[in-house]
Design a protein around this ligand. Structure first.
Ligand code: GLN
Length: 548
């Protein structure tokens, strides 16, 4: 029988519910249990694909092409298990399904209501994840904060769920905040209120995870236990961690894994967290500072490039380097061509994006990286900017463009494929998910991967225009990765440059903390060589700060 752990959040959003749930998944997986996960988002969008990254952070793409919440990235990175589009559920999807059934006449004359029709639909989606994943445990995170109007149907569904599948098979974990007030004390009142709110819906939490800015003493735990009717040992303190990757062992050390296994009556082996401890040592001992520029238009919200930043970190740590990400607003590079923000970097990453705003700045960054021989990695739109930049240089004018940004450019070096032209809807019309890419021997890409064919995740509409292959080849561009039929350019790189490589896909979705992505690893390798050549690679005492 599959067991279910529901994670809810109280008091405020942004407490790190996704990190906490993923870390719980990691320590359960470390016991040899198979863990599947589901994130339920209470907004009305069908998926976050059409939402601004400023609203929602990055869109995480799954192997099967699901455009999903960024928490799925945490789950994949922490539990090291690929998810599917079914692992992210939104209210938009639920209502779509319920209304479609109503129109088909599936409800046979009934008045269609939130209870039971919407709640049944939610429960059936939870069951579907359990069925498809065949996991020992399904970890379900309810987005939003208890008390929000939008989350009510989800909370009602998970309340019913315990009766449906048996009390012994379900555990409710509630994450709250202990705020610090002017006197310096941590306060439990918001937690008490949040639990009261949850109980008014009929859910009594089994475990409370209390976020705080520092250690929580036993007296406070006892107080929370008393007021919230939870066993003292089940009140788990979660102070700010020095790194998100320190959370799994921290939660393990306060007994969370053992408690969950015991409460659910599971048989599990002793946890093996050696890989996590090795990773922590690696992060703590990273001594060589590397300054990596990330050039984007959403840099005010670093979550918009979450997987890219994490991938840079994974690769840097594996090289003994302390990554320092310089967030560069691409619009700033645009105005007057000021390249000052790019000076002194050890590496440049030009990530993905949509729409014209900020593109010229990304093209400038690509030009700077090419001309100054700075290791440069272009991701999706980043590749497109590299192509635009080289084409402009090769043609001797600034006309070359993508038809996404200039529909009438005389040199559409990036364009739609003919079969894509008549599509009018924006949601779900992209090339999404995992596709094969064949690597050309003797290239940087082939060397980095060390294998002839790779599968990588995509999320884009526009493609390299093959009419320009020859022109760009004469200017040093190599097409080092192609679709198996040779039609689509997947990777470009430059001869006579230490590392200048762009991918039409998003390698950042497959990097793992314990296993950096090969292209990010090769990029960091080149960045380190660049830093050394410029006398910037002196080891320093590691400085670690709290990052949550
Ligand atoms: N806007 C570009 C396209 O649709 C790039 C997309 C991306 O960077 N994810 O092809």
């Amino acid at each position: 029988m599959t067991k279910f752990v529901f994670v809810t959040g109280g008091v405020t959003s942004s407490l790190g519910k996704g990190i906490t749930a993923s870390s719980l998944g990691a320590i359960l997986a470390a016991r040899g249990l198979s863990v599947a996960s589901l994130k339920m988002d209470p907004y009305l969008n069908v998926d976050p694909g059409t939402m601004s990254p400023y609203q929602h952070g990055e869109v995480f793409v799954t192997e099967d092409g699901g455009e999903s919440d960024l928490d799925l990235g945490h789950y994949e990175r922490f539990i090291d298990r690929n998810l599917t589009r079914g692992s992210n559920l939104t209210t938009g999807q639920i209502y779509n399904a319920v209304i479609a059934k109503e129109r088909r006449g599936d409800y046979l004359g009934a008045t269609v209501q939130v209870i039971p029709h919407v709640t049944n639909e939610i429960k059936s989606r939870i069951h579907r994840v359990a069925r498809e994943a065949q996991a020992d445990i399904v970890l379900v995170e309810v987005g939003g904060t208890v008390g929000d109007i939008e989350s009510l149907p989800y909370l009602e569904a998970i309340r019913q769920f315990r009766n449906d599948v048996g009390r012994q098979n379900v555990l409710y974990v509630h994450l709250t905040l202990l705020p610090r007030v002017a006197t310096g004390e941590l306060k439990t009142k918001p937690t008490q209120h949040s639990v009261k709110e949850l109980r008014s819906i009929g859910i009594q939490p089994d475990i409370l995870v209390a976020r705080a800015d520092e250690a929580v003493d036993d007296e406070l735990r006892e107080k929370i236990a008393l007021f919230c009717d939870v066993k003292v040992e089940n009140v788990i303190p979660e102070p700010n961690a020095w790194s998100i990757y320190g959370v799994p062992t921290m939660l393990e050390d306060v007994g969370l894994g053992r408690i969950v296994v015991k409460e659910l009556g599971l048989e599990a082996k002793e946890p093996d967290l050696a890989a996590w401890r090795t990773l922590e040592d690696r992060i703590r001992n990273a001594r060589i500072p590397l300054e990596i520029g990330l050039v984007g238009k959403y840099v005010m919200l670093s979550d918009a490039y979450l997987s890219v930043a994490e991938s840079v970190k994974h690769a840097a740590w594996a090289h003994g380097c302390e990554p320092r990400i310089r967030w560069i607003d691409s619009e700033r590079l645009e105005r007057g061509g000021d390249v000052e923000p790019l000076v002194g970097l050890d590496g440049i990453v030009v990530p993905g994006g949509f729409g014209y705003r900020g593109v010229e700045g990304k093209v400038q960054a690509a030009r700077y990286g090419r001309e100054h021989l700075v290791p440069t990695l272009g991701l999706c739109m980043g590749l497109q900017c590299m192509v635009i930049e080289l084409a402009r240089t090769a043609l001797g004018n600034e006309d070359a463009n993508s038809t996404e940004f200039d529909a009438f450019t005389p040199h559409p070096v990036i364009d739609l494929l003919p079969e894509q032209r008549d599509v009018t809807e924006k949601g779900g019309t992209m090339r999404l998910g995992s596709y094969p890419c064949v690597l050309q021997e003797g290239t940087l890409a082939h060397k980095a991967y060390g294998q002839p064919i790779v599968l990588e995740r995509h999320r884009h509409r526009f493609e390299f225009n093959n009419a320009y292959r020859e022109l760009l080849a004469t200017h040093g561009m190599r097409f080092s990765g192609l679709s198996p039929d040779g039609r689509l350019v997947e990777i470009v790189e430059l001869r006579d440059h230490p590392f200048y490589l762009g991918t039409q896909y998003h390698p950042e979705f497959k990097s793992r903390p314990h296993r950096p992505h090969p292209l990010f690893a090769a990029f960091i390798d080149a960045a380190l060589a660049h830093a050394r050549a410029n006398g910037r690679a002196d080891a320093q005492a590691p400085v670690r700060e709290a990052v949550r």
